[in-house]
Design a protein around this ligand. Structure first.
Ligand SMILES: NC(=O)c1ccc[n+]([C@@H]2O[C@H](COP(=O)([O-])OP(=O)(O)OC[C@H]3O[C@@H](n4cnc5c(N)ncnc54)[C@H](O)[C@@H]3O)[C@@H](O)[C@H]2O)c1
Ligand SMILES: CC(C)[C@H](C(=O)O)[C@@H](O)C(=O)O
Ligand SMILES: [Mg+2]
Length: 369
């Protein structure tokens, strides 16, 4: 199979984790006889420095001509004082909007070998398996006005939480469709006791829910949801929520697995061109040290193989290799609890080795069948 993958490493550890992920994908391509063409694009701070624009037109073209997109992360202190249109995050938001990447899936699933790495007690995290379906192209992130204003001579500021009914409906439909393939339970998270946007959200959730009689719909206020994620995370199957609530709850959810460096994501569009990225950011505090955990990005690549390229066996091979490496006790610093740790590139190498062992087994089985 011949496929084109757009690579947008971005800033900070984004580059380090994407580099390692590409090596893993090359190994998969070689062994499963695929041709992956990797086309790079600039985004974020790097793009501002080189092109004066956090999302240059060339990058959009690279994405539009690809079968799928992998992104590292954007941002860093170097650009934090820039005017809003020259902030790295603007590049990512513009990309999400341009490509209509409205459904952000963030699976939170614990790994047996990492049960002791979570700050939560083992009995609370064992068996946790839910997915956050985060609306990604609306809400507070995109509503206008969003600006500083003069309010009767006083400095003031306004951000706008804006949703069209259809935008709420399509993300809820996505959540229910996903729930149908899982444990058939949707928790719709909102702040309906305060926000009008949440009251419309709840109304639409009820309407969409009625079309899925086999799926249980539950509403939960976001402050309670933040608490329930820690108190009893196993109760969740599919959490669907608006853009900013999803951003916050997914970073919180990541700690159930032990580290933000473990959480992968897929941003799905209406057009079929999807983007895959770790949930974490550019981590300026550890950038350039070769100590970042690349697993979130590697698992995002597995999601890409499954969802965008239809390569289920290859996706499973990566997930199994990650599992094997973690089972062997190897950890990046974020999971090593102050003990001995492996570097970003070492983890990548070990995942490639684990893949190679797996291919060998596949070959042996094929030769005997
Ligand atoms: N999708 C994205 O591109 C994205 C996401 C979040 C934040 N950001 C940007 O990243 C910059 C830094 O933001 P932040 O520090 O709040 O969030 P962050 O996610 O970059 O880092 C938060 C903490 O988690 C650690 N961490 C994150 N990923 C890790 C990994 N793979 N391995 C080990 N440790 C990891 C970091 O070292 C840091 O201590 C900001 O400019 C922000 O806008 C970008
Ligand atoms: C960098 C930032 C714009 C982004 C977001 O808030 O969506 C990030 O935190 C994420 O979770 O992907
Ligand atoms: Mg975030």
């Amino acid at each position: 199979m011949k496929k084109t993958i757009a690579l947008l490493p971005g800033d900070g550890i984004g580059k380090e984790v994407v580099d390692v992920t590409v090596e893993v994908l090359k190994s998969v391509a070689e062994h499963f006889n695929h041709q992956f063409q990797f086309n790079y694009g600039l985004i974020g701070g790097d793009a501002i420095d080189q092109k004066g624009n956090p999302l240059p037109e060339e990058t959009l073209e690279v994405c539009r001509n690809a079968d799928a997109i992998i992104l590292g992360a954007v941002g860093g202190p170097k650009w934090d004082q820039n005017p809003v249109e020259l902030r790295p995050e603007r590049g990512l938001l513009a990309l999400r909007k341009e490509l209509d990447l409205f459904a952000n899936l963030r699976p939170v699933k614990t790994f047996e070998s990492l049960l002791d790495s979570s700050p939560l007690k083992k009995e609370y995290v064992e068996g946790v398996d839910f997915v956050i379906v985060r609306e990604l192209t609306g809400g507070l992130y995109f509503g206008k006005p969003s600006e500083r204003i003069d309010y009767n001579g006083e400095e003031a500021v306004v951000d706008t939480l804006f949703y069209k009914r259809a935008e709420i409906e399509r993300i809820l439909v996505s959540a229910f469709e996903i729930a149908k393939t899982r444990r058939k339970h949707v928790t719709s998270v909102d702040k309906a006791n305060v926000l009008e946007s949440s009251r419309l959200w709840r109304e639409v959730a009820e309407e969409v829910g009625a079309r899925y009689p086999d799926v249980v719909l539950e509403h939960m206020l976001v402050d309670n949801a933040a608490m329930q994620l820690i108190r009893s995370p196993k109760q969740f199957d599919v959490i669907v929520t608006e853009n900013m609530f999803g951003d916050i709850l997914s970073d919180e959810g990541s700690m159930i697995t032990g580290s933000l460096g473990m959480l992968s994501s897929a941003s799905l569009s209406s057009s079929g061109l999807h983007l895959y990225e770790p949930v974490h950011g550019s981590a300026p505090d550890i950038a350039g040290k070769n100590i970042a955990n690349p697993i979130a990005t590697i698992l995002s690549a597995a999601m890409m193989l499954r969802q965008s390229l239809g390569l289920e066996e290859e996706a499973k091979a990566i997930e199994k290799a990650v599992d094997n490496v973690l089972n062997s006790g190897l950890r990046t610093a974020d999971l090593a609890d102050g003990g001995k740790f492996a570097t970003t590139t070492e983890i990548g190498e070990e995942i490639k080795n684990a893949l190679a062992d797996d291919y060998e087994i596949i070959n042996i089985i094929n030769n005997y069948s």
